[in-house]
Design a protein around this ligand. Structure first.
Ligand SMILES: Nc1ncnc2c1ncn2[C@@H]1O[C@H](COP(=O)(O)OP(=O)(O)OP(=O)(O)O)[C@@H](O)[C@H]1O
Length: 357
């Protein structure tokens, strides 16, 4: 397996790009460490497939280099990059047995039959498909077909990286969580460099040790799931991750005091920078109903299992709170308190407050 470096990467599908808006990938600098579990997370159109195709060699970047373990592979064709890929839809041979499907990538490379048998049985055990080995692939359910596709992606131990491109798309919703945690377990066992591409935060956060969040052709944050939840570097990350996402609220800065709808709000630490569009970010989990604080009106209360989501409005700005028990009704006049150490300031989208030491 290999460390993957993307250096000064930019890509435009246009022949003569002029401004940043002409680039599907704006400026990507990234190191993926050998053996890491990474997710590439972002909404449709943010550039995930473009980046994946550049790494696999299907697409030549307009600018920049791709290195595997320090070796420049930018000009190498896909078949010389030694990458395994698992796609949205199963790629298996229906007429072959599961065993032969799993063995195929190894036979193709002339691996000895004894080694093939060993490896196929290892992978089958990991995926818990031993009893299916002699079944013809055409008889499998779509979920099991995709499991075998994953097995084919994992069976070679000489690849630089295994890339998963939205691999759970075809999986039945109630089986998704099972395969999600299976993949995580597989990574812990095989310790290969893995990149998991998805627009689904649950899949990304379950699988990856490090999540790369993309928006509009740019990386907005790279972090552990906890880092992305606790201290989003950009309002997009705050909003995109979490359910419901972070409250992003219009704010003013007035002689060092931050105000929301005229009310002074304490934030995590010192404010950095000045000017720009100023916003507060506080996750619903850190908003509480209090005796005193910011006056709000309750618009809706929804029970979501162990918690309740209280949707309030301050003036006409919606603010959500997640609470353990919602002893309040629609239309009630309440006060909101934000937990100061979990309240951040953002300027033009980027974090602009410091953690208090
Ligand atoms: N072959 C192409 N020619 C021109 N523009 C393209 C091409 N492929 C992608 N784009 C554009 O590049 C941008 C990034 O697209 P890309 O497919 O990489 O995003 P994505 O995050 O993978 O989205 P999705 O999840 O929908 O596949 C989008 O604006 C898209 O319209």
């Amino acid at each position: 397996m290999a460390k993957i470096t993307l250096s000064d990467l930019r890509h435009s599908y246009l022949p003569n790009p002029s401004g940043p808006e002409d680039y599907a990938l704006k400026e990507i600098d990234l190191d993926w460490e050998d053996g890491g579990a990474y997710a590439l997370l972002g909404p449709s159109g943010c550039g995930k497939s473009t980046l994946l195709n550049i790494i696999s060699g299907l697409l030549q970047p307009s600018e920049g280099r791709i290195l595997f373990d320090g070796k420049d592979v930018t000009d190498l064709p896909p078949d010389q990059r030694n990458i395994a890929q698992v796609f949205q839809f199963p790629v298996i041979y229906d007429t072959m047995t599961v065993r032969d499907n799993l063995a195929f990538p190894l036979r193709n490379r002339g691996v000895a039959e004894t080694r093939i048998n060993e490896r196929v049985s290892e992978i089958a055990t990991m995926l818990e498909v031993e009893e299916m080995l002699d079944i013809r692939a055409s008889h499998l359910t779509p979920d099991n077909k995709q499991k075998i596709s994953m097995g084919r992606g994992l069976v070679r131990d000489d690849v630089n990286v295994v890339m998963f491109d939205e691999p759970l798309t075809v999986i039945d919703p109630h089986l998704k969580w099972k395969l999600r945690s299976k993949l995580k377990e597989l990574h812990q066992r095989v310790r290969a460099t893995m990149i998991y591409v998805t627009h689904d935060q649950t899949e990304a956060l379950t699988f990856a040790d490090q999540v790369v969040v993309m928006q509009d052709g740019e990386i907005v944050q790279i972090g552990t799931p906890v880092e992305l939840f606790e201290r989003p570097q950009h309002t997009f990350v705050g909003h995109f991750i979490g359910s419901p996402g972070m409250n992003i609220l219009p704010a003013e800065q007035d002689q060092g005091i931050i105000r929301f709808h005229g009310e002074a709000v304490a934030i995590e630490g010192a404010v950095t920078g000045e000017g720009g569009k100023t916003e507060l970010g506080v996750r619903p989990e850190f908003v509480t109903l209090a005796e005193a604080g910011i006056p709000a009106r309750v618009r809706k209360v929804s029970d979501v299992g162990r918690h309740a989501v209280i949707e309030t409005v301050v003036g006409d700005t919606p603010v959500r709170a997640v609470v353990d028990d919602a002893d309040v009704e629609q239309g009630a006049e309440v006060h909101l308190a934000f937990r100061p150490d979990q309240t951040r300031l953002y300027r033009d989208g980027w974090i602009s407050s410091e953690v208090s030491s």
